[in-house]
Design a protein around this ligand. Structure first.
Ligand code: NDP
Length: 244
């Protein structure tokens, strides 16, 4: 099954590193006019060196007003991947308001803000579009010391469902992808300890964590017309962990 995005304009947030970087490169390779938005300039510079055809944009999504302005200035999009997120692992009893804001400003408010700005353009043009939110297996389960990250991803899944209903009639599909652990910078933060990782892998029928490409492939499918009837879904990329 060949997937092409020729003639489409796409934005990927958090495209400086890890999963988002791979998605941006894949979209570009599949013919999309691709914008990679992220926070650290050096990451974007190295992405531009690797793929000169990708447009890079530096923006911290936790700044509501600047993000709104930046994304508005970028013009119209057909495809959006809300990938940027932050993680903070620690004991529930010690987290404070600043920790809550740190997680939710990017993982929920950032997605809300970018999606609203992009979707308004899609609706005005009347050409529709496809949006994929990178959620997590952590949205479906409680994980020890994840009292901020898990709820932020559960909120994101809920947003996916509501937007599927509100935007579906306007020809905009919205879906979530729920990866298991991927050994990016974020993955290493929580899962480097074999004592924690090994039981998790043992419960995964395919016997491994996900690779970045496993997530990218699911995202490309959901963005494409091959998924024209898929809207509001939560697609696990978890090797069967949730089935176990
Ligand atoms: P990384 O931490 O490796 O990369 C995240 C990228 O997002 C970085 O480029 C980061 O920039 C950027 N970013 C974070 N916050 C902001 C912000 N406020 N504004 C702009 N850019 C920002 O994460 P992953 O690639 O591992 O994760 C990608 C997505 O996949 C996330 O949504 C994550 O929750 C999800 N996920 C990851 C899993 C894993 O095990 N890795 C498992 C399940 C889901 P900077 O480096 O400057 O902070």
């Amino acid at each position: 099954m060949e997937i092409r995005f020729d003639g489409k304009r796409a934005m990927v947030t958090g495209a400086g590193k890890g999963i988002g970087r791979d998605i941006a490169k894949a979209l570009h390779k599949c013919g999309a006019d691709t914008v990679a938005l992220s926070r650290t300039q050096a990451d974007l510079d190295s992405l531009k060196e690797e793929c000169p055809g990708i447009q890079i944009v530096t923006q911290d999504l936790s700044d509501w007003t600047r993000t709104r302005d930046t994304v508005s200035d970028l013009g119209n999009f057909d495809l959006l991947v809300n990938n940027a997120a932050v993680q903070r692992v620690g004991p529930f009893l010690e987290f404070g308001e600043k920790d809550i804001d740190f997680i939710f400003d990017t993982n929920f408010k950032g997605v809300f803000n970018v999606t609203q700005t992009v979707a308004r353009g899609m609706v005005e043009r009347g050409t529709g579009g496809a949006i994929v939110n990178i959620s997590s297996l952590a949205a479906t389960r409680g994980f020890d010391r994840h009292s901020l990250y898990c709820p932020s991803k559960a909120a994101l899944n809920s947003l996916t469902q509501v937007l599927a209903i509100e935007l579906g009639p306007k020809k905009i599909r919205v879906n979530s992808v729920l990866p298991t652990v991927v050994m990016t910078d974020m993955g290493r933060l929580g899962w480097s300890d074999p004592a924690k990782a090994n039981p998790f892998i043992a419960r995964t029928p395919t016997g491994r964590f996900a690779e970045v490409e496993d997530v990218t492939n699911a995202v490309l499918f959901l963005l494409s017309d091959k998924a024209a009837m898929i809207n509001g879904t939560m697609l696990p990329v978890d090797g069967g962990y949730l089935a176990n």
